[in-house]
Design a protein around this ligand. Structure first.
Ligand code: ATP
Ligand code: MG
Length: 270
């Protein structure tokens, strides 16, 4: 079966800085892929290549068999309409209210009536625990609320493909679990194909069919959660332990003793 998202030998550098190097990833229809990786390893760059917001230096990304960077403008927009993207920084329209943000794609890209749009907007806001915030301006929202509005906007159109860039960062553990459940529900109800980038290992293991780990621009693992847990690669194991010691960091971390002293000093200063 042809994958819905096919990342083939993808390489991307910015000047001398190689960010992605020969990355291969396939996501099948209805599959939930979680991408893990340290900060600055190119996870967002990967999503931006899938969306056609960046052009690969080498290789390509195909969505439903169409090579993204070869598409004409209209074809690219057509493909993008099938994708709900939840940006890392929420990327809401500042001048619009919550309901205008969530309903934006519905107003622009569907023939739904105003009442139908209002109903879907309420439904999406309800899902992320933001009932009755419809009229608030973006500037009146907390960071976590903005993120949830961004999530509601991404799912409003019930897209076949969803790309989530750290949808739960900055959310409390309960809301993190809610977002994870919504992702699972979308998969069960609509057969959504998704890529989720997250630093939250608990939700990663809950929502993933497969987990990929990007390290120094390369995809060093891509397998079922069970296999990932058992993967002997030292970087995988260090990531799972969340330990500063190991090959993950380029520069060695301060020794644990120094950290303890720093905490002690801070305590005394208070
Ligand atoms: N448009 C750009 N121009 C130049 N450098 C860029 C650009 N976009 C990203 N980078 C660089 O590419 C690297 C990877 O960035 P990216 O945003 O993909 O990281 P990330 O894995 O998403 O990290 P985080 O977990 O912190 O979000 C970084 O070093 C960043 O500075
Ligand atoms: Mg990022």
């Amino acid at each position: 079966m042809e994958p819905v998202i096919d990342v083939v030998n993808l390489s991307k550098a910015f000047g001398p800085k190689v960010v992605l190097s020969n990355v291969n990833l396939q996501v099948q229809e209805g599959e939930s892929l979680v991408v893990l990786g340290g900060s600055g390893t190119g996870k967002t760059v990967l999503l931006r290549n899938i969306m056609g917001l960046l052009t690969p230096d080498q290789g390509h990304v195909a969505v439903e068999g169409r090579i993204i960077h070869q598409l004409k403008r209209e074809e690219l927009f057509e493909t993008r309409q099938k994708i709900g993207m939840c940006f890392q920084m929420a990327a809401l329209f500042d001048s619009m209210s919550v309901e205008e943000n969530v309903g934006f794609a519905l107003t622009r890209h569907t023939t739904m009536t105003r009442a139908q749009i209002a109903e879907r907007v309420d439904e999406c806001l309800g899902l992320v625990g933001l009932k009755d915030t419809n009229k608030l301006r973006t500037s009146e929202l907390s960071g976590g609320m903005k993120r949830r509005v961004g999530f509601a906007r991404a799912i409003a159109l019930k897209p076949k493909i969803l790309l989530f860039d750290e949808p739960t960062t900055g959310l409390d553990p309960v809301m993190t679990d809610v977002i994870g459940r919504i992702i699972l529900d979308l998969k069960a109800e609509l057969g959504v194909t998704s890529i989720t980038i997250t630093h939250d290992l608990k939700s990663a293991f809950e929502i993933a069919d497969r987990i990929a780990l990007i390290f120094r621009g390369e995809c060093i693992a891509c397998e079922s959660p069970d296999d990932f847990r058992k993967n002997p690669h030292p970087v995988v194991q260090q990531f799972l332990r969340g330990d500063a010691d190991g090959p993950f960091l380029q520069d060695p971390p301060p020794p644990k003793r120094a950290l303890a002293r720093a905490h002690h000093k801070q305590h005394i200063n208070i």
